[in-house]
Design a protein around this ligand. Structure first.
Ligand SMILES: NC(=O)C1=CN([C@@H]2O[C@H](COP(=O)(O)OP(=O)(O)OC[C@H]3O[C@@H](n4cnc5c(N)ncnc54)[C@H](O)[C@@H]3O)[C@@H](O)[C@H]2O)[C@@H](O)CC1
Ligand SMILES: Nc1ncnc2c1ncn2[C@@H]1O[C@H](COP(=O)(O)OP(=O)(O)O)[C@@H](O)[C@H]1O
Ligand SMILES: [K+]
Length: 499
């Protein structure tokens, strides 16, 4: 996969093990990790005179902590170490043996507001909720208000899911070892991690890229290479013809937002399909976007016999129930690139299998589902105990569709296991109709022939970039018209030239 890989803990363990097998002892990796963390601390002017309290756990994360303690002490810093748990093993035992100072029991550690705390309690190996004396020290750290640097990931945050295991350390700074993990991007882990930087600890790129990691951070590097650009002799049909279904006479705005999004992202033509009853209200509001009247799903099926209509979106403000199910069935039978959102999803509440059956196995063109958490739970259930990443992945595998599970940490998952986590979201996007525009952006990119997973990633990123840059006062109507500016920045920056 292209883009920044985000290994889960099992994948991270494989990276470590393969690196060790290929000749780098575990203690060397640990010393590099500790060196990287110590260098960050020593380079920060604001921490120059702070006494350091290193909190060490019973595994390799604790081992990293002992290395940091020793290096900071050697650099002349005042360092206390407090540790939890029994006997250390392997590289962690070697690192602890190199620490020449005393080790306090964890329950005796009283953080001072002036301290710099180094959190080396738990990393990717957290196996259960924090309780007892570890939960106690997490509370005392938080109450002290002291600055916290976390090694790899804040203790208590699950590296795979971003969930808090009982309680967790809140870090101002986190130094992720070798790579960021999904838990640094998924909420609430992202909030707990503060500013995250990655330390290179010498995992060879053959190891990291050969390990089949399928999760990436959603950024242009993941999809820019296939982002559509018109060729110099393109005509409008080369840029695709997107179709968006309108709701009834008093529910037409959502589809127009999507249609305008599709046009602004570059679809050559966009047609709004409306009932005769909603025709005049739609016609009164549209200019470049064309209109066709279809009162029944059969009429839409006939329209879609023309294969120039190559991408279809439906769901926003379409109404919930059998009628919408019939429209969805007609569109899915026509086998066009399709985006299903909002009411098109909720009409299948509790019956995801029916939707999966309609999507079918043998289709030529992809389907994208764009639920927010409420729509997702109605369609697929709550998935209690699963991470947002796993829920999206499972739904994608079960339906054969790309799933865009929206929110502050939108996850995009493909049926083949690929997934991306978005992190440029802005809370200003939480405004009525912004999801409708996103539907249009995905549809418009698929109309131009972009792969459904990459189109979804690109649309989510551009939508968020536009919302974040505009900021206060954003309304959904602004979003399509912010696309030209975002596209200009995207396509003229860096390694890709526009045609
Ligand atoms: N060779 C390697 O594998 C390397 C690992 N590194 C560090 O090692 C970390 C992973 O190490 P480990 O796999 O040893 O895991 P951790 O150090 O994260 O913790 C595992 C230990 O904590 C205990 N534990 C887990 N959850 C607990 C809970 N809720 N309450 C009490 N005890 C609990 C486990 O029984 C085990 O002893 C990484 O995050 C990274 O910091 C780095 O040193 C680089 C090299
Ligand atoms: N706090 C947030 N931070 C970042 N993005 C958000 C936040 N809240 C909502 N969004 C984004 O705003 C959009 C809202 O879509 P949706 O919930 O479908 O709203 P609507 O149905 O009103 O269009 C989604 O793209 C979602 O990811
Ligand atoms: K930690």
């Amino acid at each position: 996969m292209r883009g920044e890989l985000l290994p889960v803990s099992a994948e991270m363990r494989r990276w470590d093990a393969e690196t060790i097998t290929s000749g780098t002892p575990g203690i060397d990796l640990m010393r590099r990790a500790g060196r990287a963390v110590a260098d960050v601390i020593l380079s920060e002017a604001r921490w120059r005179s702070a006494p350091v309290l290193v909190l060490c756990g019973p595994g390799n994360n604790g081992g990293d902590g002992y290395v940091v303690a020793r290096l900071l002490a050697e650099a002349g810093r005042r360092v206390r170490v407090a540790a939890f748990g029994g006997e250390l093993r392997g590289a962690a035992a070697l690192a602890a043996a190199d620490w020449p100072g005393p080790v306090l029991p964890l329950e005796d550690a009283v953080p001072d507001p002036a301290d710099l705390i180094v959190d080396a309690l738990f990393g990717t190996g957290i196996g259960r909720d924090l309780e007892g004396e570890v939960a106690g020290i997490v509370g005392r750290v938080s109450d002290s208000g002291a600055a916290v640097v976390a090694i790899d990931i804040p203790s208590g945050v699950d590296a795979d899911s971003g969930q808090v295991r009982g309680v967790a350390i809140r870090a101002g700074r986190t130094i992720a070892l070798a790579a960021r993990k999904p838990g640094h991007l998924l909420q609430p882990g992202r909030e707990y991690s503060g500013c995250v930087t990655v330390a290179d600890i010498g995992i060879p790129s053959e190891v990291s890229h050969g390990a089949g990691v399928l999760t990436v951070a959603n950024e242009p590097a993941a999809w820019l290479a296939t982002f559509p650009r018109p060729g110099s002799i393109s005509h409008k049909y080369d840029r695709g013809h997107a179709v968006v279904l309108s709701g009834g006479p008093s529910h037409t705005g959502a589809a127009r937002l999507a249609a305008r999004g599709a046009l602004r992202i570059g679809a050559g033509l966009v047609t709004l399909v409306t009932s005769a009853r909603a025709l005049s209200v739609n016609a009164a509001h549209l200019t470049a976007i064309m209109i066709r009247v279809c009162d029944e799903p059969d009429e839409l099926s006939d329209l879609l016999m023309d294969d120039r209509f190559n991408a279809v979106a439906l769901g926003p403000a379409l109404g919930i129930g059998e009628t919408t199910r019939a429209w969805v069935a007609a569109v899915l039978e026509s086998d066009r690139a399709t985006v299903l959102d909002a009411d098109a999803l909720t009409s299948f509440a509790g019956d995801a299998q029916a939707l999966a059956d309609l999507i079918g196995a043998g289709r030529e063109h992809p389907v994208v589902l764009t639920p927010h958490e409420g729509e997702f739970a109605r369609l697929f259930g709550k998935g209690t105990g699963l991470s947002k990443l796993d829920r999206a992945r499972r739904a994608a595998a079960d339906t054969g569709a790309v799933v865009v599970l929206k929110g502050p940490d939108t996850v995009i998952a493909a049926p083949d296991g690929r997934a991306a986590i978005n992190e440029n979201g802005s809370a200003y996007l939480a405004t009525a109709g912004s999801g409708d525009v996103l539907v249009g952006l995905i549809t418009g990119l698929m109309a131009q022939g972009m792969d459904a997973f990459e189109a979804s990633c690109a649309a989510v990123w551009l939508h968020a970039a536009a919302g974040g840059r505009f900021g206060p006062g954003l309304i959904a109507e602004d979003l399509p018209d912010l696309m030209p500016g975002e596209l200009r920045l995207l396509l003229t920056a860096g390694d890709v030239t526009s045609a």
